[in-house]
Design a protein around this ligand. Structure first.
Ligand code: SAM
Length: 258
């Protein structure tokens, strides 16, 4: 299985500067972070997810075999007993903050306090700067915003909670409040591609398929599907015109317990 390491993970490797990865905690795991972790020289890894589906796909796409002391745990950070008394040399928080609203709504302000006693050496936080609709946007920005709004509408009508991203300055503030010293950080401009658009629209189609079981009028589902098709067409044209969809930024922040 060939693994593509993102620029964000490469930057984390650069920030780590040859120190040992030791016992590593992936606090919000998924296919990509676990694949990256498989390329590192860790003593052990522990990967946490609140989602059974995510655990299954992470396990299925994990290259190689897990060692006896590697763990994939389904649990929720609001559970105070989870990993109680344990410590990890390196803690990765990869797109966890944005996903918390789906599993522990309104609890984001406590996540770094919860993780602090588990961090022995370093914590790396990766996230997406939220889209801010009041900022004037070009046609690509408008499209990405419309795509996000369509996706979130479909999730809501299917009785699910959409993600809620938090900006890097919020993360820095909350790391400091929880007793971490921020060491370094960087923003990375994003260029979305066809696979991103496809994945978002796939998510829409799946959720629209559940509208009727939640008592929605069939016309709503049919109109939403037409909207999804229109977005697919609009996306394809923009990708061709701009060679991808350059919009928004990811960030990486490294911090250490004080
Ligand atoms: C966007 S996914 C992470 C992506 C992943 N790092 C990757 O590379 O594919 C967010 C992860 O955080 C987990 N998560 C969100 N809120 C959580 C909570 N309260 N407790 C435990 N895990 C949580 C989700 O279950 C999911 O595994």
């Amino acid at each position: 299985m060939s693994i593509k390491i993102s620029a964000l993970f490469k930057y984390v490797e650069h920030l780590h500067q040859g120190r040992p990865w030791g016992d590593l905690l992936d606090a919000g795991t998924g296919v990509k972070s676990l694949q990256w972790i498989s390329t590192l020289e860790t003593k052990s890894w522990t990967a946490i997810t609140a989602s059974e589906t995510m655990a299954k796909s992470s396990r299925e796409n994990f290259p190689g075999t897990m060692r006896d002391n590697d763990r994939l745990v389904i649990g929720n950070w609001v559970d105070e007993k989870m990993l109680e008394g344990e410590q990890f040399d390196t803690v990765l928080v990869d797109y966890l903050i944005g996903a918390i609203d789906g599993f522990a709504p309104y609890w984001q302000d406590l996540v770094f306090e919860r993780l602090k006693p588990l961090v022995r050496d370093r914590i790396y936080v990766i996230g997406l700067e939220p889209y801010v609709p009041i900022v004037v946007q070009d046609e690509v920005g408008l499209f990405i915003g419309d795509l996000g709004r369509l996706r979130d509408s479909c999730l809501l009508l299917a009785r699910e909670r959409p993600y809620r991203e938090y900006p890097s300055d919020w993360v820095v503030r909350h790391l400091q409040r929880a007793g971490f010293r921020v060491v370094e950080g960087k923003r990375f401009p994003i260029r979305f591609g066809q696979s991103f658009v496809d994945s978002q629209l796939h998510m829409c189609r799946q959720r629209i398929g559940r509208f009727q079981e939640h008592g929605m009028n069939a016309d709503v589902a049919s109109a939403m599907l037409q909207q999804v098709d229109a977005m697919a067409e609009r996306g394809a044209k923009l990708i061709e015109k701009h060679q991808g969809l350059p919009f928004g930024q990811d960030y990486v922040i490294a911090a250490e317990p004080v």
